[in-house]
Design a protein around this ligand. Structure first.
Ligand code: SF4
Length: 270
């Protein structure tokens, strides 16, 4: 992993996401998910290394945020959008955690989405916050596939336990299911297992996602899946290049996720 400590010029970015601002304390992400859409960030940051092999740490983010929360109009803040704020380097650098503490101190609403149980150490802060929620992304019920497609993120079962812990402390919890990969994780068995595992949680909402082929995602997914699952080679050789297959995949996934959400009593959360 190539790690650099860098200085950023601002922290709170206006966003069209379901939040007023977003904070990304890292450029790059050590979770190295093969389907990551954020790899487009390479274009804007001059990185030529493969996605998942470099991370720039915005070490001055907390200091800047202290100033920005006094200057900018208060609003809800998402952590994060083009990195995971609690990726492995957060253990040492703790920049997302420090930014979270500032937002909570100032009473700004916080929305977290992560694939890491490292955020566990910040749950006390979230429990004390006036307005905070935490969501985890879940893609694969089986660890063999999970390790292949998201090698350095936390195991799926640990992410679900994180939601259970958070909910037990009175923090609002939600889940983001997907993206589901064709022929691999878009199966009824996988989606049924994931929905079954979260069905008893007091979720506030649920998102499902299909694989999106933009920004070099198709090539990355193709490399990963064809290497790990030779039986899918034929299907993946045309991934993202066959509009009809793409439409079929999307329609099938839409129907399946709704059927299974209904089965598990989750349909109203979609
Ligand atoms: S955790 Fe999110 S930002 Fe990080 S590599 Fe995976 S998809 Fe990309």
């Amino acid at each position: 992993m190539i790690v650099r400590e860098i200085q950023c010029k601002s922290v709170l970015q206006k966003t069209g996401l379901p939040a007023d601002y977003v904070i990304n304390c890292y450029v790059g992400c050590g979770h190295a998910c093969c389907y990551c859409y954020a790899r487009y960030m390479k274009r804007f940051t001059g990185h030529t290394e493969p996605w998942g092999t470099f991370v720039d740490v915005r070490v001055n983010a907390p200091a800047l945020l202290e100033r920005e929360v006094r200057r900018k109009r208060p609003g809800s803040v998402m952590l994060s959008s083009v990195c995971d704020g609690w990726q492995p380097l957060e253990k040492k650098h703790r920049v997302s955690g420090a930014c979270l503490a500032i937002l909570v101190d100032h009473g700004w609403p916080v929305r977290i989405l992560t694939k890491s149980t490292l955020v566990q150490r910040d749950l006390d802060m979230l429990a004390d916050a006036e307005d905070a929620d935490i969501g985890v992304t879940l893609t694969a019920a089986g660890e063999e596939i999970r390790r292949l497609i998201e090698p350095d993120a936390s195991p799926t079962a640990d992410r679900i336990r994180l939601l259970e812990d958070a909910a037990a402390r009175g923090i609002r919890v939600w889940a983001f299911l997907g993206p589901f990969l064709p022929g691999l994780t878009d199966t009824p068995e996988n989606i049924d297992a994931l929905m079954g595992a979260i069905a008893d949680l007091p979720l506030t909402h649920l998102h499902t996602d299909r694989l999106n082929f933009r920004s070099g995602v198709a090539a990355s997914v193709r490399r990963t899946v064809m290497g790990g699952f030779p039986g899918l080679r034929k299907q993946y050789a045309r991934l993202g290049a066959d509009p009809e297959a793409d439409r079929d995949y999307e329609a099938r996934l839409h129907t399946l996720t709704r059927e299974l959400a209904r089965k598990h009593g989750l349909l109203h959360l979609l």
